[in-house]
Design a protein around this ligand. Structure first.
Ligand SMILES: Cc1cc2nc3c(=O)[nH]c(=O)nc-3n(C[C@H](O)[C@H](O)[C@H](O)COP(=O)(O)OP(=O)(O)OC[C@H]3O[C@@H](n4cnc5c(N)ncnc54)[C@H](O)[C@@H]3O)c2cc1C
Length: 390
């Protein structure tokens, strides 16, 4: 089958890799330019970790870990009020994990398909017509026919919009907005991921895989979330964080005027993940948000399981799409529900809520609470078949 994959991110590249392994001919279109830009850190574990192992890329990923081995929660003076160390984190996650830049995962996946899969950068789809195939019109006006189209173009998916309709029908905002950007290492912070919380807002600072560079991440309550134009993002962040303490003012002073990643925490919930010859994977159909720390892992699961289904149902895309969705949807639905409940208490709105959160953190970030923590964050790879696709 000739398969067009829209989106060369985690889901799209994983899918393309396994489609190629199964003997299909994937073509990936990616609107961005070649090579990773900017980025943020991710915790990588569970199904995604296991798929990476099957792809033989774990070693490459492990070469560029984030330089953080623990998570600390601090007060305005920098005093640690709670800490999650790696041994406890591994107990909670029920297994090994890597802390990585998202761009590292994308770059290693891109290497895994290089020389085997055609990836067209700075290209995107403009129109889709379905018949006995999928006729795609690209942004540059060219047209091409494929057997199926896979939408792997993220939470604001263009494929989804073209094949299923407007995003507003499927988007559930969690009442939070995030922003992040790289900053120079400031104030001699060590290799610890550090969280500073105040009522309604949180500032996180963590080291990257690059000595001298950290990521500043901001997470705040937003009762009327909306798209903020790029040019207005830094100013908006400074307004939201007016009067904030700890290192926040210094971090805000480094906010770039033009390249600041800002987005609402939005889950995507759809009654179906496929229509005709078009199927969605990753954030496009099942975005969890960063609060789950599982989005990349399940995006890889989507890519893998769709390729597996298309390998099994070689001439029946409808059966393949149905099998893929039946396998993954319950896992995504469960994880989305859990994430929503977590997100409600992630950034308490009031001072009392904030104090309560601190007290709970002090109480449960301990070895003997690992099984309790596991209920919220645990992640086992139960959705993988026992033998790889090929
Ligand atoms: C700050 C932050 C922290 C996170 N932390 C974690 C974590 O700890 N653990 C975890 O597992 N997950 C985490 N996530 C979530 C994770 O990054 C996503 O769930 C995952 O990247 C989804 O993969 P995807 O391939 O579906 O979408 P994306 O990664 O969004 O990739 C989509 C790709 O499609 C391309 N694209 C978009 N539109 C078009 C178009 N019209 N045409 C062509 N190409 C297009 C984009 O350029 C991009 O390359 C985090 C996310 C954020 C923002």
């Amino acid at each position: 089958m000739r398969v067009l994959v829209s989106g060369g991110g985690v889901a799209g590249l994983t899918c393309a890799y396994w489609l190629d392994q199964a003997g299909h001919t994937p073509v990936v279109v990616e609107r961005g330019q070649a090579g990773p830009l900017g980025g943020y850190g991710i915790d990588f574990s569970g199904t995604g970790y296991d798929i990476a192992q099957r792809m033989g890329i774990l070693g490459r990923l492990a070469e560029r870990p984030l330089r953080s081995d623990s998570i600390a929660y601090v007060d305005a003076s920098g005093r640690v009020v709670g800490r999650l160390d790696r041994p406890l984190a591994e107990k909670v996650l029920r297994g090994p994990y890597l802390a990585l830049m998202h761009t590292t995962l994308e770059a290693v996946l891109a290497d895994a398909v290089r020389d085997r899969v055609e990836v067209r950068h700075r290209q995107s789809i403009a129109e889709v017509e379905q018949d006995n195939g999928v006729l795609v019109t690209f942004a540059d006006g060219t047209q091409e026919e494929f057997d199926v189209l896979v939408g792997a173009d993220g939470v604001h998916s263009r494929t989804r919009e073209l094949a299923f309709g407007a995003e507003s029908q499927w988007a559930r905002h969690l009442g939070l907005t995030m922003a992040c950007y790289p900053v120079p290492d400031i104030a001699g912070l060590t290799d610890v991921r550090t969280h500073f919380a105040e009522p309604g807002r949180q500032t996180v600072l963590y080291p990257t895989d690059n000595v001298g560079t950290s990521i500043a991440l901001f997470l705040y309550r937003d009762s009327a979330p909306h798209h903020v134009a790029r040019a207005e993002r830094a100013a908006r962040l400074r307004t939201i964080y007016t009067g904030s303490r700890w290192h926040t003012p210094e971090l805000l002073a480094h906010a770039p005027d033009d390249d600041l990643f800002m987005d609402t925490l939005t889950q995507i919930e759809m009654p179906r993940w496929h229509v005709g010859r078009v199927a969605l994977i990753g954030d496009a159909c099942g975005a969890l948000t960063l609060a789950s720390a599982q989005g990349a892992s399940l995006a890889m699961a989507g890519g893998y399981l769709l390729a597996e289904a298309l390998a099994k149902h070689l001439h029946d895309h409808a059966a393949a799409f149905a099998a893929y969705e039946a396998r993954l949807r319950p896992v995504v639905t469960r994880r989305q529900r859990r994430t929503r409940s977590l997100a409600r208490s992630l950034v308490p709105a009031t001072h009392a809520g904030h104090e309560f959160q601190r007290a709970i953190a002090r109480l449960i970030l301990r070895e003997n609470c690992a099984s309790l923590l596991r209920r919220g964050f645990g992640n086992t790879s139960t959705i993988l078949p026992t033998t790889p696709v090929r």
